[in-house]
Design a binder for this molecule. Structure first.
Ligand code: ADP
Ligand code: SR1
Ligand code: MG
Length: 417
């Protein structure tokens, strides 16, 4: 069948003979279909049958957020499918199960996550998720380690790098939107009216522009591991007990620190957005602190799990045991690990800073800030987030984990109306 974008009306006719659906949810005569996509790029349908519900996600030949003036290849569904397959074997149970993939139709049929909600929406409501940092720290370490030359043979690694290198159209979006557009008056940029006095000095900061370009340099040239590529809080679905990672269509080989930094940035954006969501000043103080705990805990869990995998699964082509443990130098392997983690940390900080900026100055914003009803409160929250991002990116060589909560609290107190 040639590609055609599905609609709730055409879906039962076009997919009604697929056993992947009928065996799970029943015959198409009884299907109810709702399009629920709230992301920037694709169609997402919930299909309800007499025996259950299922998700059908389909790529469009353009960017949904912008329209058909910005074409985008359908093969992003192919990369999302392949990334989901790898993630499900590298950290089982943390991504939705895929039941069917149709390359020509650019569609993936997958498990319907319920009663899960998008983490970002839950954070806007001030809900705590006790296992978030543990689940995400492990997900990050397992995927980043197991998708890298620390774990894979040279052949497998290079074949996989070649496969995901073809996802350059999505990498191109990140290269422009994340690393460059925020730092000049790019065509697609937008910002909250009133934020101008904070934007001009940010863009005038040469050290920041260098930091952003160094981060872009790392993103493009450090093909260290398979990234999720878009790991913000809108790419996580949660319950009180569970965390599921969705939407890896931006998957590509890139630096270890990228997904870590993106996730941290979204926690910090949420932190600075709290003033726009609390019933009275200070009412969300406990929640602010919970967000900062997630920030430090996710790194702690990530580093601990990465260390564990380093000790137990280092079977790839890098830092081989035959040049450390096997010649009696276990300490050498530990020293090398410290260097690797330091570099991941420094890269993650740079990615964290630029992600904070692009979600305020670029095309794609975040609900945490966008949903703040009072314009002055929103400007202030955004100004604080811009400053936190600036210091994190420019001071990435000096900042420790313990510095981050201090910095965020300090900026929350001192950047005032
Ligand atoms: P996009 O690629 O356009 O960003 P997403 O994969 O983020 O699309 O999905 C858009 C929305 O569809 C999500 O915010 C979520 O509400 C819903 N969704 C996506 N996948 C699932 C799933 N497996 N189960 C339940 N809802 C889902
Ligand atoms: C034009 S796409 C904008 C953003 O949406 C995606 O989710 C990515 O974050 C991308 O940068
Ligand atoms: Mg999405």
């Amino acid at each position: 069948m040639t590609y055609a974008a599905l609609t709730p009306e055409t879906l039962p006719r076009r997919l009604g003979d697929l056993p992947a659906l009928t065996e799970r949810i029943g015959p198409p005569e009884g299907w109810k279909v709702a399009e629920v996509g709230d992301g920037n790029l694709n169609l997402v349908f919930i299909v309800t049958g007499e025996r259950g519900q299922i998700i059908v996600k389909q790529a469009l030949p353009y960017i949904r957020l912008v329209g058909d003036s910005w074409p985008l290849p359908l093969n992003r569904a192919f990369f999302e499918y392949h990334a989901l397959m790898r993630q499900s074997s590298r950290d089982p149970g943390r991504v939705p199960q895929v039941f069917h993939f149709d390359e020509a139709q650019a569609l993936i049929v997958m498990h319907y996550l319920s009663p899960h909600v998008i983490l970002r929406k839950s954070i806007v409501r001030g809900v705590q998720h006790p296992h978030l940092a543990t689940h995400m720290g492990r997900f990050l370490a397992r995927n980043l380690f197991r998708g890298s030359a620390l774990s894979l043979s040279g052949r497998v690694l290079r074949e996989d790098m070649a496969l995901f290198a073809a996802n350059h159209a999505l990498a191109d979006i990140s290269e422009n939107l994340v690393f460059s557009d925020p730092y000049f008056d790019a065509k697609l940029n937008r910002h909250t009216p009133g934020l101008e006095p904070f934007i001009a000095p940010l863009r005038a900061d040469r050290a920041l522009r260098i930091a952003a370009q160094e981060a872009k340099h790392a993103f493009v040239s450090k093909t260290e591991t398979m990234l999720h590529g878009d790991l913000h809080s809108g790419s996580l679905m949660v319950t009180p007990d569970d965390t599921q990672v969705i939407d890896p269509e931006f998957a590509i080989y890139g630096p270890f620190g990228f997904d870590v930094g993106m996730f941290m940035a979204n926690l910090l954006l949420a932190y600075h957005a709290q003033s726009g969501h609390e019933a009275s000043p200070g009412a969300r103080d406990d929640y602010r602190e919970w967000l900062l705990v997630q920030l430090t805990e996710v790194w702690r869990v990530f580093a601990a799990e990465f260390r564990h995998l380093w000790q137990t699964e280092r079977s790839g082509i890098l830092y081989e045991r035959r040049v450390f443990e096997d010649v009696g130098d276990s300490l050498g392997a530990q020293a090398a690990l410290i260097h690797v983690l330091k570099e991941i940390w420094r890269d993650a900080l740079a990615f964290c800073g630029v992600e904070m900026h692009r979600r305020i100055l670029g095309l794609a914003h975040v609900e945490d800030l966008e949903s703040i009803p009072d314009p002055a409160t929103r400007v202030l929250a955004e100004a604080r987030a811009l400053e936190t991002g600036r210091i994190i990116a420019t001071s990435r060589h000096a900042l420790t984990l313990g510095d981050l909560p201090l910095l965020a609290r300090d900026i929350e107190r001192t950047v005032a109306r």
